[in-house]
Design a protein around this ligand. Sequence first.
Ligand code: HSE
Length: 409
Amino acid sequence: MQVAVMGFGTVGSGVVELILKNKKSIEERCGQKSLDVKHILDIRDFSSHQLANLFTKDFNDILNDKDVEIVVETMGGLNPAFDFVSKCLEAGKSVVTSNKELVAAKGYELLELAKKNNVNFLFEASVGGGIPIIRPINQCLAANEFLEVAGILNGTTNFILTKMIDDGMDFDEALKIAQANGYAERDPSADILGHDAARKICILASLCFGKHVYPDEVQTEGITNIASQDVEYAKVWGGVIKLIGRAKKLSSGKISATVGPCLIKNGCQLASVSDVFNAILVRGDAVGDTVFYGRGAGKFPTASAVVADVIDCAKHTDKRKLIGWDDAENDYVINPFEQSSSLYIRAAVTDYNMVAEKVKALFNDVQILESDNKNEIAFVTPLMCEKDARTKIESLGLEIKNILRVLDY
Ligand code: HSE
């Protein structure tokens, strides 16, 4: 069976190396079919690479090659990936992708196209790097009604936050190390502004709840506003700050979807997830909570998931795997401010004692976080409608430095 790889970056090169390295066991797992990479598409010059004869700059070499039955898309970005993937599916080739931007924006369309052409479109590597999560949700947990899916979905930001929490490292230094290790996106703003995690929660929510959730429907905040003071106050509170993507199914049938830095109590499974590791909690009505943990980014962890999908395609050449979701109505994703939340607030003050009294009077059970710095106040509100909590906070007229959600498990 012939495979083509589009995009020879960190993940694409990992895919080719992994297929060559584990060829024997991979072919056994394909049901004794041979599996060879026939073309590698990349616009850069690889004429002195040891596999130079496989490289092409012309997508048509892949599209028009009838021997190529499986195409791996590891280019990233929406264009030209969407065009190339669509054409491959229309030409009767199965496609495997690690491209979360593509699946989050165009997953519904591409899955429909795959269905129409009786081929597979698989995307295990698009969420959680090497962690098995798409297949477990689609297959192993298929008996459940899903109530919630949430987790640490971005390795780069988790790496940065870990360095800030454990080593007191500054943001820029930690980001540089993450980039050097190949964890970060080409444009790291997608990581640090939360867009990468938003794309991933869209894919998870679409799969769990059965209707497409688009990135612009996810209320998204990154970690650029997290200061060392917030990290210290989280410690005083008894926890850590993590970037959490979360989607919940409401009794109305609608869903809420958010990405943002949250305070998490030490002892919660997600609190101890460090460095580039990701963890995803899936809550089903039958199974309860299950947590999937592993390396969420990097060359070989991500290639591991891509190649597993390639093997699955090779095993299902004459029978399409059932995976997909419907398109959604416009008001399917609700405003998360209507939901109950507990909030962490840090604000500048001139009269600490007076503001502390006002805060106590405004909220029952408020927790004021102690610090020697009396030029600012930090507190955690009780669980209440987030919109109401924000209105109350505004009424204090303070210079707000940060507002973060507190995870309720
Ligand atoms: N930039 C992504 C991350 C890569 O850091 O998690 C894996 O999707």
